[in-house]
Write a protein that binds this ligand. Sequence first.
Ligand code: MN
Length: 559
Amino acid sequence: MSRLEELKKSSKLISEAYSFAKKAHSNQRRFSGRPYFTHLIETAEYLANWGMDEQTVAAGLLHDVVEDTNITSDEIEKNFGKDIRTLVDGVTKLGQVKYLGDKTQAENLRKLILAMAKDLRVILIKLADRRHNMKTLAYMPPDKQKRIAIETMEIYAPLAYRLGMQKLSGELQDLSFPYVSPEEYKWLIEHIKEQYEDRESYLKKLKPIVEKSIKEHGISLVSIDFRAKRYTSLYKKLLMYDMDIDKIYDLVAFRIIVNDIEECYATLGVIHSLWTPIPGRFKDYIAMPKPNGYRSLHTTILGPDKRIIEFQMRTTAMHERAENGIAAHWIYKERGGKKRSRLANEREIKWLEQLRSWQKAGADSQEFIDAFKIDFLSDRILALTPKGEVIDLPYGSTPVDFAYRIHTDIGNQCIGAKVNGKIVSLDHKLNSSDVVEILTQKNKKPSASWLEFVVTPSAKDHIRNALKTNIYNRLVVHSKNQVELKIIAEDKVGLLKDISGIISRSHVNIVGIKSSQQKRGSFHIIKVNCEINNKKKILKIILKLKSLKEIKEIDYRFV
Ligand code: MN
């Protein structure tokens, strides 16, 4: 019986989520022609096998309900509670983030995904979802195949790796490889099959020798296996070695699992006494784990017939951690063995230190889950351009900081901004995942008042420079009065652009545009501040503005 089947029997939550999702998707099919619900079973099954808690497994079953059926988040909450709703909403939200193939954006996008998820369990659901989608990618239309595969290669596989889920990360890469680089994949398949088989049969001959020797030294061997290098990492390595497959010593490696750390080192001693180690090839990832938490001993020796072999030694706990990463923690938690959870805390990893109170999280499960809520990005904001590009800014940044981060000219010519479709003031504080659109006006100069609210040093420098470069301009600015035009208009897409167009064609500098949120009837109130001290000119502009049929009323005052 599968783990999911077991959970369905023991957990009311999971069995209810199962029936609910089955019913909700009953009329839908996958591109493969199979019932849509099979995708949810697979997703939940992965989560169950990673040992995730019942809420995560239930949310895995429900993760596409809001996106793909008529069921709302409210209904999810009513039936399954707030937690499940948050998880499902989180996955739905992540579905909106798309990687457009700009490599310079990849790291920002990975960060944004971490920040958006708020709860790491959302990412685990998304990863399980993506794994099944990759396995069934062959049925997708070709144009989608490539985009999804590239996104998986550049965003989700590295995310899985960062969460310590090496196995999943490798799987995702290998599933993407044929779509991302079809030619290279074909080449690899044609050239390595023989070598793989040859290496494996060579190692198989050595296995009894290794096994016997380990046991003779009183080491309790848990397992001894071969690990074949994954296609993607093999290909990357080949690129560094002139595509010479004979130089890849770890094409197939021994993987030895023992009971504790002492036995790892003892096994290393046994291997080194059997064959000569190759200098410089021993790596102690137990004493010095990789940044993603990976722990193992690696060594390379010169075996019989002068062939080179790599060995990897680790404990069961390290192995589980290397395969399942962060998800493994739920397993430790569930089994509750004292020795195991102590081990889990012992081998802390760097990125997790950024997460608050991971170390303390051991006591009760709520506290533990809270520790996984992501807040290590609280000093950074990742905002988006309307095209989905990610802009990384310090906390407290405003649309002006955002504008200067895109381009100096955009910053200098900024007259207003929309955040998530709504007009905001230029000193508005941005939040992560805000979509920010900057309204500009040609030949506009920045205002000295911006210096009071911008937070990025580069925005400050650009503003000062722009003010300095034209001393005449600065004097003029000071001698001028500002006028606030109060415009009452019907809402229309592009109206603000029309208004700013008319004003700039009259060679008048716009200092800012605000659109008040409260409506007067079905009308909007728009306030435009511009630099004019000439009453005639004001009236001229008002006349021109009134030619826009949406504009019902215009008032002005000096400010
Ligand atoms: Mn899905």
